[in-house]
Structures are given as C-alpha cells and as structure tokens.
Design a protein around this ligand. Sequence first.
Ligand code: MLT
Length: 202
Amino acid sequence: ELSFVHLFRPATIAGLPPVLLLHGTGGDETDLLGLGAAVAPGAALVSPRGQVLENGMPRFFRRLAEGVFDEADLRRRAGDLARFVDEARAAYGIDAPVALGFSNGANIAAAVRLLHPGLLSGAILLRGMVPLETPAAAARVPTPALLVSGERDPIVPAANAARLATMLEEAGGPVEHRVLPTSHGVTNADVEFAADWYARVA
Ligand code: MLT
C-alpha cells in the first residue's frame, strides 16, 4: 500500500522521464491524466490525490485564505509527498519524476522543489505562486523548471509569480517563465509550452 491514493500509468515509450501529476483544489487523481498524456506522450504517469479536504475538495496542503498558506502544514505535506515519490519510485521502478502541477498542485510542487532538492528531475508549474515565505536554505541543486503564469490571474499577482521564478533560479535553476494573456485556467497555450519544454528540457 502506497501512502497516497493514486493512479499509475506505465510508460509506453522507454527512456522518458516519468511525470508526477498534481491536481488543483477540488480535483483528484484522474484530473490531469489527459494533460499528462498531452504534455509527455508515452511517459509513465503517477497521479496522487491531495490528502487535505477543504469543504470536501481535495488539496495538497491547508490554506488560511485564497493565496494565504498554512506554512507549517505545507512543510509537513511536502515531506509526505516526497516520501510518496520515493515509495512510487521503488514500487514502480521509475526514475525521479518531473512534476506537472496546476494551481494548488503547482504550489506543492514548488514547495517540494525548494524543500527537497534533487527529489524531482524537473518541474512544470502552471499558475504557481510562492509557496513559502521563508524556505530553509537548502543545497543548490540544478533542477529545470517551467513556470507558466496568466497575466490576468486573479489568484496569482504578476509580482508573486516573478518572485517564485527568482526563488527557483536561486535554488539552482534553470527556470523558464512564460506569461500568457489569460487568467487562472489552463489553456491550449499552456499545454503547448509544457509539451515543448518537456520534449526539449526534461
Ligand atoms: C492554493 O491554495 O494553492 C492557491 O490559492 C491556488 C488554489 O488552489 O486555488
């Protein structure tokens, strides 16, 4: 028994980095399977369900308000997710994954990237924001990341997204930050940027 409810889809093409799918608030382990297949065709997909419930909606950590996070809970949950990644790697015989997260899933992916360097081989963060105001100084480990933000995202201010890109760069980079003329939801342009980045960088 692995520690998260999850789905696993084995690779159909050998040698591609596996993808860790991290859904947004109110999603579940089925949500991003289509996105994962579009971004990384043929790669193994590991898709856990967030273990926090907010009014019945699964998430990956607690928040006090929209965009205001319970950092102690976030640290603990990032540790739980890091352990799950190790479990999944052992159970399924897969390499270190590239995280592909949307919204709350992007935020837990960013926290895992900052708090557990080396656990992920890369990170694709759709509408991610700064997860922790004071991440502990961790070892710099180069880990490529793609951050895709929405210019008119009411949840993620432009300055916050830019600060996350800087934090990821300082943690070891390299970071590509794309800003789309859109809001919080995922668009076809996100899928295209993510697929291009995965094929080029991951
Ligand atoms: C979060 O709680 O992680 C952010 O507010 C994004 C969201 O899930 O709505």
